[in-house]
Design a protein around this ligand. Sequence first.
Ligand code: FES
Ligand code: FES
Length: 154
Amino acid sequence: MNLNINGAFLALETDPERTLLSVLRNDFQLTGTKYGCGEGNCGACTVLIDGESVRACVTPVGTVAEREIVTIEGLADGDRLHPVQEAFIEHTAFQCGYCTPGFIIETAALLSRNPNPTADQTRAALSGHICRCGAYTRIIDAAESAAERTGETA
Ligand code: FES
Ligand code: FES
């Protein structure tokens, strides 16, 4: 199958039922996408598929062939971090950082479909993500800060 990952077209011969998470991490060493629960419940493995957030641990790789896959490694624009990444750094919105890629990708997906989310909409979008370190206050602050910036430039 042909995969489009972070703007690169990559050929892969594999079982189409394997999870996208396994392929990203084990075949392409894109380890920024994390294995948390493996059941679609924690958000650690979230990536963008055609701009929408998807949980890679429950996504068969065969279903995303030819579609645009973006992982945390592909979110920046060259040397320029994505505004959500900048906001997470400025707010130190992490402790161990394990959940961070999933939260950032989810926030980026939210802002691409709605550049001006309300605080409630931001919280709702992130509500399916788990941070085992309990850094939620800073994570929400960062996401809201990113939303304010995106809203200003939209
Ligand atoms: S590892 Fe995919 S949702 Fe938890
Ligand atoms: S910062 Fe450790 S899991 Fe969220």
